[in-house]
Design a protein around this ligand. Structure first.
Ligand SMILES: C[S@@+](CC[C@H](N)C(=O)[O-])C[C@H]1O[C@@H](n2cnc3c(N)ncnc32)[C@H](O)[C@@H]1O
Length: 175
């Protein structure tokens, strides 16, 4: 287990944090994205988490913001962001043999706490105002929910799912 990887951190946030544990790449691959996001800030925040949690890609479906999403780690230099016009456009481009995992408070969603993440997963979150579309939910292999009485901010929800994946897959080693 590496304890430091200063090259991974860029820009203003680059610091020599003491005793850093850097997540290791696990088997398979994973990406994460938002359907019809309203704010660039949420996309930027999730992109930053995706970068730190070693996701392979980020995506947005039908973006509704005009400002380009950004963050202080300059994640766009390290993780590609794919932009799709519609759910259908995205679904056609799904990577081979990957499972679509919806992240939503939905009648069919299972608690994240007991969820085993697929080796090849694409996590899809819903819009800040409307949540995941019925079309997207229909196409998900699994839908997971983070326990709680209220809905979380979309980028916070995505970050928790990524952390859960790494924790369960042993990417943090024995800490
Ligand atoms: C702010 S929420 C959407 C709330 C929307 N107004 C609704 O009632 O459906 C934005 C997205 O964050 C994710 N989310 C928020 N809280 C969640 C939770 N507890 N479990 C799973 N996903 C969650 C979902 O992807 C959701 O579509």
């Amino acid at each position: 287990m590496e304890t430091k990887e200063q090259e991974v951190l860029h820009g203003k946030c680059r610091k020599n944090y003491p005793n850093v544990v850097v997540p290791q790449r696990g088997r398979g691959f994973f990406g994460i994205g938002i359907e019809y996001p309203v704010t660039a800030k949420n996309v930027g925040t999730l992109w930053r988490s995706a970068h730190i949690m070693r996701a392979d890609f980020m995506f947005v479906i039908g973006r509704r913001y005009t400002k380009v999403a950004t963050d202080t780690l300059k994640s766009w230099r390290h993780i590609p962001l794919f932009e799709y016009e519609s759910f259908g456009h995205f679904y056609k481009a799904m990577p081979k043999d990957a499972e679509l995992v919806g992240v939503e408070l939905d009648s069919r969603s299972v608690p994240l706490t007991s969820y085993s993440h697929p080796q090849r997963a694409v996590y899809l979150l819903g819009a800040e105002d409307k949540g995941l579309s019925a079309e997207a939910l229909e196409h998900c292999t699994d839908v997971v929910q983070i326990p709680g009485e209220y809905s979380l901010n979309v980028s916070a929800a995505g970050s928790i799912v990524l952390y859960d994946r790494l924790l369960k897959n042993g990417s943090f080693g024995t800490v």
